[in-house]
Design a protein around this ligand. Structure first.
Ligand SMILES: [Zn+2]
Ligand SMILES: [Zn+2]
Ligand SMILES: [Zn+2]
Length: 445
């Protein structure tokens, strides 16, 4: 595939990427494996550290007892990247360093191994922003702690490393603080088909992508491979953008999050026009502010997996104060979504589908372009309808999901294949039902 993108200087934003030709909605713009990646600590026992597949049973590395693999083949392929890491992990046991420290170490090992040159990258690590000079003191202190952790973590390997690093790495990557700052500012969260976060990775060329709250591209992962797809038609020389954050929130909140995490003030069209803010705050303020105030408490119950109490709180809020607030209201939507999650965890499918179906028209309004979050929500609801034997509704919901997923994930992504299979199942079940009905009718005199 000829390169569809090139590096350029985006007015007011610094470096960026733009299209070199017209790109149609749904087309794959770029696909790449990470320079370095690692499974999050939180999921270290549930996901293969090589291919990032989630499995019930995984083989454990007998040395560090941390890394886990689908099978011998995944373990073998992972060994060149894991060998030095394994020693470092063992030296700190039972302590496990944070994700960014493990990622930074894996990056160093990747840069030092000759097979993983970054020559074809559009953006070298040397050029990556660390934002250290403009960073608030408190954040810098946090990073300094991570940098000392990195030092400690690498100690086992460092005697050999120090020399190797001086000769092989650019100066800004030898200094732990600057390296950690670059890693935390530029790493991507790797998520699975259901959009659950499973790890972090560095994809240097794609660090050039600038943010827009209504972007023209989305990133989707297949294992550790990152795929960038267009969600709108893009003209030659038009800048390619993604969203760094979940966009379903108020302009003020998006701007604050972007400033805190990425150190810039968003002036995208969506922010400057405060488009959708009014809709998100629709209804009587005295009522929805009570819903807003309840959210932190609900989040707490969710974090503790107290599903029963969580569902009770949500259902109480929604049937009392929430009954007077329109479904479009952002806080009502969030509570309805939490109620959906809680019902699923409790196996209350009828409740779940009731809450889920209420969110769908609202999602449609807030995601005018194809968006993975919207597609996955439709798929979840479709599965509930299917389980409850509402086959026609399920097929209809799956079809809507497919209209989105085929564009955001492409036709060969496992999520798309899974969805097509579900649609096939629904059709087969409907055929079976109608043939039973026909037989029944023909027997009636
Ligand atoms: Zn695997
Ligand atoms: Zn190991
Ligand atoms: Zn914006």
């Amino acid at each position: 595939m000829a390169p569809r993108l090139e590096r350029f200087v985006s007015p007011g934003k610094g470096n960026g990427l733009r299209a070199t030709a017209s790109i149609r909605r749904g087309e794959l713009v770029y696909s790449t494996e990470p320079l370095a990646c690692c499974v999050s600590n939180r999921l270290a026992r549930d996901v293969c550290h090589h291919c990032f597949t989630r499995r019930e049973t995984l083989l454990r590395c007998s040395h560090c007892k941390m890394a886990r693999y689908c099978n011998i083949s995944c373990q073998k392929q992972a060994w060149s990247g894991h060998k030095r890491e394994c020693k470092c992990l063992r030296s700190l046991l039972p302590r496990i360093p944070t994700d960014s420290v493990r990622l930074a170490a894996r990056l160093i090992f990747a840069l030092l191994s000759t097979s993983k040159g970054s020559s074809e990258e559009l953006y070298t690590l040397e050029e990556h922003e660390s934002h250290l000079s403009s960073m608030p003191e408190q954040k810098k202190q946090g990073l300094s702690q991570l940098a000392s952790m990195l030092d400690l973590y690498l100690q086992q390997e460092v005697l050999g490393l120090a020399q190797e690093m001086t000769s092989a790495l650019p100066p800004s990557c030898q200094e732990p603080l600057s390296l950690i700052a670059k890693v935390t500012c530029n790493c991507f969260t790797i998520s699975d088909g259901e959009l659950q976060e499973i790890g972090v990775g560095l994809y240097p060329s794609l660090s050039l992508l600038n943010h827009d709250c209504r972007p023209n591209c989305v990133m989707v992962f297949e294992g550790t491979k990152l795929q960038l797809r267009a969600v709108r038609d893009i003209n030659p020389e038009e800048e390619l953008t993604i969203s760094y954050i979940e966009t379903l929130s108020l302009t003020e909140d998006r701007r604050r999050q972007l400033e805190d995490q990425y150190h810039f003030m968003c002036h995208c069209q969506h922010c400057d026009s405060q488009d959708k803010d009014e809709l998100m705050l629709s209804g009587d303020e005295a009522s929805w502010s009570l819903l807003k105030e309840a959210l932190p408490r609900l989040e707490g119950q969710k974090a503790e997996s107290d599903w029963q109490a969580l569902l009770e709180s949500c259902s109480h809020l929604l049937s009392t104060i929430g009954a007077n607030v329109p479904d479009d209201n952002l806080y009502k939507l969030r509570i309805t979504d939490v109620a959906l999650d809680a019902s699923i965890h409790l196996g209350l499918w009828e409740e779940a589908v009731k809450y889920g179906e209420r969110t769908l028209p609202v999602y449609r309004q807030y995601y005018p372009d194809p968006h993975p979050v919207h597609g996955v929500q439709l798929m979840r609801i479709g599965k509930l309808q299917h389980y409850l034997e509402r086959i026609e509704d399920a097929l209809d919901t799956f079809k809507q999901a497919y209209q989105i997923i085929k564009l955001t994930h492409g036709d060969s992504h496992p999520l798309t294949t899974d969805l097509l299979m579900k649609m096939e199942e629904c059709r087969a079940e409907m055929d079976q039902q109608s043939s039973i009905a026909r037989r029944h009718l023909s027997r009636t005199p």
